[in-house]
Design a binder for this molecule. Structure first.
Ligand code: NAP
Ligand code: GFB
Length: 319
């Protein structure tokens, strides 16, 4: 019996998460995945976005596209990250609504959760997203993402659109952005340590190394996003994260990276740089109750695989 293959439009298909999704989704029985990059369409432009949606006629949308960066990019780009992400998100959701997409899964981040909460309130969960202001280091990006959550809810409330958001924690893996200034911590430190080893220089870690983070390997997140598409039918957001017990300090991470490089020279913590948010521990209870079991890649294996990929692709990767 012939089964109609359904189009799944993946915005942000050329990024860290998009590439991981490409890696696990080929030859799917039910879905044809179409992975977009900004060369296909500038999602900040409504007319371009609508023209692309009309051409592809997706039944489903996985909305990953965003203007993204680590702490030090966010600190100096509050307005542009707010504006770009508001435009991208509004256009994608409006087109998904007008084309009557059956399910639209958008991506938030645990870094947009309220910052000033009492320690007894950790781990935070999906229900506390708007219970206070985000950390000041990334309020531009954070409010754009919070509006994405509100937009998804408003389309659901007014038109019964099946729009939901997933909330990943910090993500890392192959095909990341390894730029020393604007990347997230793991890719930035991998690049930093690679150069320190090569040039026999100190391995500089920005900040005190004390902040805490949960990290999810991009391939694991891609599998969980696919599960959200195929299996998760809840009408509320779901955090896609490793558990609170997996929380690591930045120093832990730096030492894992140094060990992978067999780097034994000098590790320096440059406290002239901001630490950013101290912690943003999030629960993955709802995910584990829904999925029952999932094997997360260990941070040591994930970082080792990412470093191997970085070294093999040094000439062509984003850095
Ligand atoms: P990424 O590697 O920076 O990729 C961003 C993607 O968005 C790229 O495909 C990029 O296309 C596309 N894009 C950006 N601006 C666009 C525009 N104006 N028009 C069309 N496409 C545009 O990002 P990522 O790390 O994969 O993040 C994916 C999602 O996860 C984002 O929504 C992000 O907010 C969320 N997230 C990321 C992290 C993390 O630690 N990385 C943590 C939590 C949540 P080009 O390749 O052409 O530039
Ligand atoms: O991944 P990251 O840049 O962003 O991590 P956040 C920042 C933490 O890593 C801070 C330390 O404690 C930094 O002091 N760190 C040490 C470094 N060395 C480096 C380095 O070379 N580069 C970077 N980037 N950090 C982001 C949000 O917060 O979370 C974004 O700003 C995004 O919006 C992301 O959503 C997931 O985890 O602090």
């Amino acid at each position: 019996m012939l089964i109609d293959i359904m189009n799944v439009l993946v915005t942000g298909g050329s990024g860290l998460v998009g590439n991981a999704l490409q890696n696990i989704s080929n030859n799917h029985k039910l879905y044809k995945f179409i992975f977009l990059s900004s060369s296909d369409c500038d999602l900040e432009n409504y007319e371009e976005t609508m023209a692309l949606f009309k051409r592809i006629k997706p039944e489903f949308v996985i909305h990953l596209a965003a203007n993204v960066g680590g702490l030090y990019k966010n600190l100096i780009s509050q307005s542009s990250m707010l504006e770009k992400n508001l435009l991208i998100n509004s256009n994608v959701l409006k087109c998904a609504h007008e084309l009557k997409v059956r399910k639209c899964i958008s991506c938030l981040s645990t870094c947009i959760f309220p910052d000033k909460i009492s320690y007894s309130s950790y781990p935070i969960d999906e229900t506390s997203l708007h219970d206070g202001p985000p950390h000041e280091s990334n309020y531009g990006y954070a409010y754009a993402k919070r509006i994405l959550d509100v937009q998804s809810k408003a389309y659901r409330d007014q038109y019964n659109d099946n729009f939901i958001c997933v909330i990943p924690t910090n993500i890392y893996g192959k095909n990341d952005n390894f730029n020393l200034e604007n990347a997230h911590v793991i890719p930035a430190l991998i690049h930093q340590c690679y150069l320190a080893k090569k040039n026999k220089k100190p391995f500089i870690v920005k900040g005190s190394g004390r902040p805490l983070r949960q990290f999810i390997y991009s391939i694991d997140l891609a599998k969980l996003i696919l599960w959200t598409l195929e299996e998760y039918n809840g009408n509320a957001n779901i955090a896609l994260s490793v558990g609170p017990e997996e929380e690591k300090t930045i120093e832990n991470i730096a030492r894992i990276i140094a060990k992978c490089f067999d780097y034994e020279f000098e590790l320096i913590f440059d406290t002239s740089f901001s630490d950013g948010q101290y912690k943003k521990t999030c629960s993955n209870k709802k995910l584990m109750e829904n999925i029952e079991t999932f094997d997360f890649t260990s941070i040591n294996i994930g970082i080792k695989e990412t470093i191997n990929w970085f070294i093999e692709n040094y000439k062509i990767c984003r850095k």
